[in-house]
Design a protein around this ligand. Structure first.
Ligand SMILES: NC(=O)C1=CN([C@@H]2O[C@H](COP(=O)(O)OP(=O)(O)OC[C@H]3O[C@@H](n4cnc5c(N)ncnc54)[C@H](OP(=O)(O)O)[C@@H]3O)[C@@H](O)[C@H]2O)C=CC1
Ligand SMILES: O=C(O)CCC(=O)C(=O)O
Length: 435
C-alpha cells in the first residue's frame, strides 16, 4: 500500500530566476532561465512565463516495500506534471539515489519543451524514486515498481499522464507497472505506459529510439558543418540504453567510437571500440570497465578527448563552467537531459562548438513513445520499418525547424529550440483563452 504525502498546485511558489550571468544552481533554475529567455526573445506576454515556470501539479508519495529480509522499507517517490495545455502529460520514471523534487520538476519541464519542439500532443511529466537499484534484488525492484504505480495511479492514465522508462528503468519495469495498474483498475490498459515489452503492446523500435534520434540529429548537424561521418571520431559518456544505442548507430554510419564510460570508469581505443562487444561485456559484467582490447580511462576523461563528436548520455550537469574549457569536441550532442549548464553551453557556442540541445537531440524516445500510445489506442500495430521511417521524418523536420530559427535569428540551437517550443505553447494558451 502506498500513501500520498503531498499534492500541490502552486505555480507561484518559486521566485522568477535571476537573469544575472552566473552558473545555474539547479536543473530547475536552468530550465526556468531558458524558458524565460525564449519568452523574452519572442516578446511573449509575462503570463506565459508565469504559467510555465513551475509544474501545474507535483505529487510526493511514500512507497512501502517489503524487502527480502521481511523488513518494510519506505521509499520516496515523485511525479511532476508540468502542463497539459496541449494534451496529456508524458515522461519517464527515474530510479536513482540522487533524485530530488527539483530535479523531477526540471525534467518534467524539459519534457514539455521536447514534446513541443517535435509537435507531439503532450505536455511534460517526469517521475522519480529515491533508491539505489543496484542494491535491490529483483523481487524488491518489482515491489518498488508496483508500489510506485499504485501510489500515483489516481493521477496517471492514458488520457492524463503516460509514464515511460528513464534512468535505471526499462521495459520489464514498465511491464510490472502496467500489470499493477491494470489489476487495480480491472481493465487491461496498454496505453497507460510506453516503453513496455512488445508482447504487452510495446512499440517495435522503442528501445533503440532515443539513440536512433540522437544519431539522426548528429547526421543532420554533420551535414550542415561539412563533416564526413565516415572516419569521424566520437566519445560517449554513459553506456545505458541511450549511450549504447547511440554508439551502435554511430558505428553503423562509419563513425569510430573511441571512448565510452559508465559510473565505474571508461575505456578508450584509438582505432575504435567494437560496440557490440562492449554491449555484451556490459551485459555480462555490469560495466564497460575491463573491455578486452581497450585502455582504461576515467569516467570524466571521456568528456575531454579531442574527438569530432561528444555525446553526454548520462545525467545532468556534466559540462559546467568548471570544466567546459577542457571540452574540445566539434559537436556536442546532448543525449542526456540537461548535461550542460546553460552558461557552459553558451561558452561552447562562443568557441564555435555546435551544440545539439537535449530537447531536440534526445526526442526520439518520446516520439516513438507517442507512436506506441497511438498504436495502443488503435489496437493496431506497425512494423519496425514503419516506426523508423516515421521517426526519421519527424526528427529531420524538427531539426530543420530549429536550424532555420538558429540561422535566421543568429541564436544558438538551444535558444532556437526553446523559441520553437514556446511559440507552440503560447499559441495553445492563447487558443484556450488564457492570454
Ligand atoms: N531512456 C530513454 O528513452 C531516454 C533517456 N533520456 C536521458 O538519457 C540519459 C540516460 O538515460 P538512459 O540511457 O535511459 O539511462 P540508463 O540507466 O540506461 O543508463 C545511464 C548510463 O549512465 C551512466 N552514468 C550515470 N552516471 C554517470 C557518470 N557520472 N559518469 C559516467 N556514466 C554515468 C550509467 O552507468 P551505470 O550503468 O554504471 O550506472 C549508465 O551507463 C538520462 O539523462 C535520461 O534522462 C532522454 C530521453 C529518453
Ligand atoms: O518516452 C517517454 O515518454 C519519455 C522519455 C523520457 O523520459 C525523456 O525523453 O526524457
Amino acid at each position: 500500500m502506498s500513501t500520498v504525502r503531498e499534492f500541490r498546485s502552486d505555480p507561484g511558489a518559486v521566485a522568477p530566476a535571476k537573469a544575472a550571468v552566473r552558473e545555474a544552481q539547479s536543473p530547475l533554475e536552468a530550465v526556468q532561465r531558458l524558458i524565460r529567455a525564449a519568452c523574452e526573445d519572442l516578446g511573449l506576454p509575462p503570463a506565459v512565463y508565469e504559467y510555465l515556470k513551475e509544474p501545474a501539479r507535483v505529487l510526493v508519495v511514500n512507497i512501502p516495500v517489503r524487502m527480502d529480509s521481511g523488513e518494510v522499507r519506505t521509499f520516496t517517490g515523485y511525479r511532476s506534471q508540468h502542463t497539459d495545455v496541449v494534451g496529456p502529460t508524458k515522461g519517464g520514471v527515474r530510479f536513482h539515489p540522487a533524485v530530488t523534487l527539483d530535479e523531477v520538476k526540471a525534467l518534467s519541464m524539459w519534457m514539455t519543451m521536447k514534446c513541443a519542439v517535435l509537435g507531439l500532443p503532450y505536455g511534460g511529466a517526469k517521475g522519480g524514486v529515491v533508491c539505489e537499484p543496484r542494491t535491490l534484488s529483483r523481487s524488491e525492484l518489482e515491489g518498488l515498481a508496483r508500489g510506485y504505480i499504485r501510489a500515483v495511479a489516481g493521477f496517471v492514465g492514458p488520457e492524463r499522464d503516460i509514464p515511460a522508462p528513464d534512468v535505471n528503468t526499462n521495459a520489464e519495469i514498465m511491464g510490472w507497472m502496467l500489470d499493477e495498474y491494470s489489476s487495480l483498475r480491472g481493465v487491461v490498459t496498454p496505453a497507460l505506459i510506453t516503453g513496455k515489452p512488445e508482447v504487452l503492446g510495446g512499440s517495435a523500435g522503442r528501445t533503440g529510439a532515443t539513440g536512433r534520434g540522437v544519431v539522426i540529429t548528429i547526421r543532420e548537424a554533420a551535414d550542415r558543418l561539412g563533416l564526413d561521418l565516415r572516419g569521424a571520431t566520437a566519445a560517449i559518456q554513459g553506456f545505458g540504453n541511450v549511450g549504447s544505442h547511440t554508439a551502435r548507430y554511430l558505428q553503423e554510419l562509419g563513425v569510430r567510437v573511441v571512448a565510452i564510460s559508465d559510473v565505474r570508469g571508461g575505456v578508450h581505443r584509438r582505432d575504435g571500440i567494437d560496440v557490440e562487444a562492449a554491449i555484451e561485456h556490459t551485459r555480462r559484467y555490469g560495466s564497460v570497465v575491463g573491455l578486452p582490447g581497450t585502455d582504461p580511462i576515467g569516467s570524466d576523461e571521456v568528456l575531454y578527448l579531442p574527438v569530432d563528436i561528444l555525446v553526454p548520455a548520462a545525467l545532468e550537469n556534466q559540462i559546467t563552467m568548471a570544466n567546459v574549457d577542457q571540452v574540445s569536441a566539434r559537436i556536442v550532442c546532448e543525449a542526456a537531459n540537461g548535461p550542460t549548464t546553460p552558461e557552459a553551453s553558451e561558452a561552447l557556442v562562443q568557441r564555435g562548438t555546435f551544440v545539439i540541445p537535449d530537447i531536440l537531440a534526445n526526442a526520439g524516445g518520446v516520439t516513438v513513445s507517442y507512436f506506441e500510445w497511438v498504436q495502443n489506442l488503435q489496437n493496431f500495430y506497425w512494423p519496425e520499418d514503419e516506426v523508423e521511417a516515421r521517426l526519421e521524418d519527424m526528427m529531420v523536420r524538427a531539426f530543420n525547424t530549429v536550424y532555420k530559427v538558429h540561422a535566421q535569428r543568429g541564436v544558438s540551437m538551444r535558444r532556437a529550440a526553446y523559441m520553437v517550443a514556446l511559440k507552440r505553447l503560447a499559441d495553445a494558451m492563447a487558443a484556450r483563452g488564457w492570454l
